[in-house]
Design a protein around this ligand. Structure first.
Ligand code: SF4
Ligand code: SF4
Length: 459
C-alpha cells in the first residue's frame, strides 16, 4: 500500500466535489468483446471532419482506414474490427447532436475483441531506435488525438515547429473529474507502455525535460510511475510531480499553473510558452502506434455510477454503442435516472443509447436520482443572490454570472466582451451556485451559437 501524499502545488479557484472513485478504482482493465455493429463517427477530434474512405458493402479489415482528411489538423479513423460496411449514415453524436458515421457489421470471428499489448514494453525500452519523423508519422497514420480532453490531433502537438520551440513536456495524469479511473488504471497496469509513449513523445517533440503531474489522491499511481522512471534510468530527466487534488486540476491550463506558476495566454495554446501537454492515455496509444504499428481503434473507458450493475474499466472498441456497454456491464439498475458520457462535471447527458464511444470518451456515468440530488448535480433553480461564489471558484478568473446573463438575453457581443471564449466549461460555477443556476449550460450554449454564427459548426 502506497503511503499518503500531501501535495502543495495547485491553482487558484476550483472546487472539491465528492470523488466517488472507489466505485471502479480497484477494477482491473477488462477487454470487452466487439459488438455486432459499430458506428465510427467521422468527427471525433478538433479540426477537419473526415470523409468516408469506404462505401456500403465494402469488406474492411481491423485497423483499415475508414475515414480521412487532407487537412493538416485532422486524424484518420480506422475500423476496430474486420467486417462489412453496412452504410454511411447519421448517428447520434454527444456534442453535435447528429453526425455522419461509418456503420460496420462485425465478422463472427472478430467478436472476441482485440487484446491490448502492454507486455511489449519494459524497463529496457529505448525510444532512440525510432526517428522523430517515424514517431510523428505513426501518430498521424494511427489517427491519434488527445484522449483526455478535446481530441487535438497528436501529430500536430508533438511535431517540432521552429516558430514555437518547446522545452518542456507535461504529462497529465491528474484525472480530476469525479468517478473516472481509466487513466489511473493505465498508470497502474500499463505503466511501461505509458512511460514508453512519454519518451517517444519527448523524442518526437525534441524535448529533454518531462514532468508527470498526478493528483495526490492517487498515491499508488504516483509510486508506480516513479518506480518505472527510476528503474528505466530516467530520473533527472523525467520528474513525477504530485499536485493537490482539486477539480479541475486536470485542465491543461490549470496543470501548467500548478506545476510552473505560469499562465497560458487567454485564447492561446501551451506551445506559445514552450510547452507540450499530453494525457497518459494518449501516451499509451502513441507507444502502441509506434512500436506495434497499431492505430487507435480501442480505448479504456470507465463505466461507473450507482445505477449500473457491473461498473469497471473496460477496453472498448471505438464505435461501440452506449447500449452495448450497458449490456456488457449487466444492465442498468432500476434506479437509473441519468446517463452521462464522461464525468458529471464536464460530461454530456445523453438520451440516445445508440450514441457511440469516440476517441475522447473516457467514461460513462450512470446515476440514480438519489445520487444526482445528493451530489448536487441537479436541484431546483432559484434567483441569483449575488453571493459571488461563482467568481471565486472560476479557475479562469471570469465572471460566469455576467456571461450567462448576456447569453440568456441573446447578447453574444456582450458575452464576448466578458471573455466567454476563455471559459473551459469546467462546471465549477454551476456546481458551487447556491441558486443552482446552470451557468455552464448557458455559457456552452452561447459558445455553440457563436460558433454557428461564425460558421465553425454545423447547424
Ligand atoms: S465560467 Fe467557465 S471556466 Fe469559469 S467556472 Fe464556469 S465553466 Fe468553469
Ligand atoms: S454563485 Fe449563483 S447565486 Fe451566487 S452570484 Fe453566482 S450565479 Fe448568483
Amino acid at each position: 500500500m502506497a503511503t499518503e501524499i500531501k501535495a502543495k502545488l495547485t491553482f487558484p479557484g476550483g472546487v472539491h466535489p465528492p470523488e466517488y472513485k472507489e466505485i471502479t478504482e480497484d477494477c482491473a482493465i477488462e477487454v470487452m468483446p466487439a459488438p455486432r455493429q459499430l458506428a465510427v463517427l467521422l468527427g471525433q477530434h478538433i479540426g477537419a471532419i473526415c470523409k468516408p474512405m469506404v462505401a456500403r458493402r465494402d469488406k474492411v479489415r481491423a485497423g483499415q482506414v475508414v475515414g480521412d482528411s487532407d487537412a493538416f489538423v485532422s486524424a484518420p479513423l480506422h475500423s476496430p474490427v474486420s467486417g462489412t460496411v453496412k452504410e454511411i449514415a447519421l448517428q447520434s453524436h454527444p456534442v453535435l447532436g447528429r453526425a455522419p458515421a461509418v456503420l460496420i457489421e462485425t465478422d463472427i470471428q472478430a467478436e472476441a475483441g482485440k487484446q491490448p499489448c502492454p507486455d511489449r514494453f519494459n524497463k529496457d525500452f529505448d525510444e532512440r531506435q525510432y526517428s522523430c519523423e517515424k514517431i510523428c508519422e505513426s501518430a498521424r497514420r494511427g489517427g491519434l488525438a488527445g484522449m483526455g480532453g478535446a481530441g487535438f490531433p497528436t501529430r500536430v502537438k508533438i511535431e517540432p515547429n521552429p516558430r514555437l520551440p518547446k522545452h518542456l513536456l507535461i504529462i497529465n495524469g491528474c484525472e480530476c473529474e469525479p468517478f473516472i479511473t481509466c487513466d489511473y488504471r493505465l498508470m497502474l497496469e500499463w505503466t511501461w507502455q505509458v512511460l514508453a509513449g512519454i519518451r517517444l513523445a519527448a523524442r518526437a517533440a525534441q524535448i529533454e525535460q518531462i514532468k508527470i503531474g498526478i493528483e495526490d489522491n492517487k498515491p499508488r499511481a504516483i509510486h508506480a510511475m516513479q518506480q518505472a522512471v527510476d528503474q528505466s534510468g530516467q530520473r533527472g530527466r523525467i520528474e513525477v510531480v504530485p499536485v493537490r487534488t482539486k477539480y479541475p486540476q486536470g485542465g491543461e491550463r490549470q496543470l501548467i499553473r500548478s506545476l510552473l506558476g505560469k499562465n497560458v495566454p487567454s485564447g492561446g495554446i501551451p506551445p506559445m510558452i514552450g510547452l507540450c501537454v499530453l494525457n497518459v492515455a494518449t501516451c499509451a496509444a502513441l507507444a502502441e502506434a509506434v512500436v506495434c504499428d497499431a492505430p487507435l481503434t480501442h480505448r479504456v473507458v470507465t463505466v461507473t455510477g450507482n445505477a449500473i450493475v457491473r461498473p469497471g474499466n473496460y477496453y472498448v472498441p471505438i464505435g461501440a454503442a452506449v447500449a452495448d456497454l450497458i449490456d456488457f456491464c449487466g444492465g442498468l439498475t432500476e434506479r437509473a435516472a441519468k446517463v452521462v458520457l464522461g464525468g458529471p462535471m464536464m460530461g454530456f447527458a445523453i438520451a440516445d443509447l445508440s450514441t457511440p464511444i469516440t476517441k475522447t470518451s473516457g467514461a460513462l456515468t450512470f446515476l440514480s436520482q438519489e445520487m444526482i440530488t445528493r451530489a448536487k448535480y441537479d436541484r431546483r433553480v432559484t434567483p441569483c443572490i449575488r453571493c459571488g461564489r461563482c467568481l471565486t471558484v472560476c479557475p479562469e478568473n471570469l465572471n460566469p454570472t455576467k456571461i450567462a446573463h448576456a447569453v440568456k438575453k441573446n447578447r453574444l457581443d456582450l458575452a464576448d466582451q466578458y471573455y466567454m471564449s476563455a471559459c473551459i466549461e469546467c462546471g465549477c460555477c454551476s456546481y458551487i451556485c447556491p441558486a443552482n443556476i446552470e451557468l455552464t449550460g448557458y455559457i456552452k450554449t452561447g459558445k455553440i451559437l457563436q460558433a454557428r454564427t461564425k460558421k465553425k459548426m454545423p447547424e
